[in-house]
Write a protein that binds this ligand. Structure first.
Ligand code: AMP
Length: 382
């Protein structure tokens, strides 16, 4: 029996534990906080990321280690790599931690990105804005997630305000200015690569964000076949370049049928949560399989599925699960504004039934605004 260690004990770790346990895998979780929600279902060790005396007994108990969180410090990943088998590798983590390295890699692999410029000083911001133009987005290079660490610059006059908010982070996290992409829609590819180079990807997923946080995902993306082959080829090229092992997500903007790379997540990803209920083998199970060297499983979709994120607090569970085809996932977290506390996936035999079920969800939970864009996209498929 193998024991897998997970650095980071949030909902992704929790869902890895839930998926890997039937395979006979045991888990150990490491986090900096004692109430990390994966700790409710697996042994949790708590200490700072640089507490190597606490990481040592953790490393001794495990056969391999992986991450539910990409911002584990590079020194911690390096220390762990010297003490255990770690996947994905430290290079993948370091690349995905930094928006400039990430976009540079995308371009090297032939995936276009929006224009971007590294910004270290106020003068750099002015020069970058002069080159890229407004609208643009100033982001922290590192440690930004769910829309945090971003400032939208609508016109040149916003430069002062952007610098006031993010300038203080230039020295610690670095900054990058990105051209604003007027995309038709957002999509992602969640893919898995094994240690012997086998590559598989789930169908392209269409995503909707609200305030920079994922709100809904629809898979397979309607008309996704038109971008699927190109998205898979880019994901594969990136994974091969990094010698990546495990699941990762490539987030894309789609404009006039063309793909632009936004970012990659070196881990299981929120836009792949639908795979638990809507795919033959989920992203969580395949990640465990890849990291522990087991054969990979089928990434096909079983049915059209829509994942709805619950942000801040959970809606009424019983109203939701009374709707056919609905699967509920409570992360066991206490409510807090902006926090991902759970999700539900609605599955259906066909697009029209999925749209009808989502209408029911909208009415039953008062969440018409969350489901409306998904219903509209499903309508386009007919
Ligand atoms: P990120 O943290 O980079 O994934 O950004 C969160 C969300 O903000 C994205 O999913 C988009 O909805 C939006 N966004 C980020 N960067 C851009 C961009 N360059 N142009 C337009 N929208 C963006």
């Amino acid at each position: 029996m193998s024991t897998l260690g997970i650095l980071g004990g949030g909902q992704l770790a929790r869902m890895l534990v839930l998926a890997g346990t039937p395979l006979g895998v045991r888990f150990r979780v490491f986090d900096t906080v004692a109430d990390a929600c994966a700790g409710q279902i697996a042994p949790l060790a708590t200490a700072g990321w640089d507490a190597f005396d606490a990481l040592e007994p953790f490393a001794r108990e495990i056969d391999a280690a992986t991450f539910d969180f990409e911002n584990v410090p590079a020194e911690t990943a390096a220390w762990l790599t010297a003490h255990a088998r770690v996947a994905p590798n430290a290079r993948s983590l370091a690349t995905a931690q930094d928006r400039v390295l990430e976009k540079t890699l995308f371009r090297e692999c032939g995936l276009p990105t929006t224009e971007f410029a590294d910004v270290a000083t106020r003068a750099d911001l002015d020069a970058a804005l002069a080159r890229i133009g407004a609208p643009a987005i100033l982001k922290t290079r590192r440690e930004g997630y769910d829309g945090k660490g971003q400032f939208r610059i609508k016109s040149m006059a916003d430069a002062d305000a952007a610098w006031e908010v993010l300038g203080p982070q230039a020295a610690t996290r670095g900054l990058v200015l990105e051209g604003f992409v007027d995309f038709d829609f957002e999509a992602s590819v969640v893919a898995v690569r094994s240690g012997n180079g086998e590559f598989r990807a789930w169908p392209v997923t269409r995503n909707w964000h609200v305030n920079g946080i994922l709100s809904a995902s629809l898979a397979p993306a309607p008309r996704g076949e038109s971008i699927g082959a190109s998205a898979f080829a880019h994901a594969r090229a990136i994974a091969e370049k990094l010698d990546y092992v495990g699941v990762f997500a490539l987030e894309l903007f789609v404009r006039n049928g063309e793909l632009l790379g936004n970012e990659m997540a070196p881990r299981v990803h929120n836009s792949g949560h639908w795979t638990i209920d809507g795919a033959v083998i989920s992203q969580f199970e395949n990640h465990v399989r890849a990291v522990l060297g087991m054969p990979l499983g089928d990434t096909s979709a079983r049915c059209p599925s829509c994942m709805l994120n619950w942000i801040g607090k959970l809606p009424d569970r019983d109203r939701m699960i009374a709707i056919p085809g609905t699967h509920w996932h409570d992360y066991g977290k206490s409510p807090r504004p902006g926090r991902k506390v759970g999700h539900a996936t609605v599955c259906a035999p066909d697009a029209a039934t999925l749209a009808a079920r989502l209408e029911q969800v909208g009415r039953a939970l008062g969440r018409e605004a969350q489901v409306a864009p998904v219903i509209a996209a499903l309508g386009m498929q007919a």
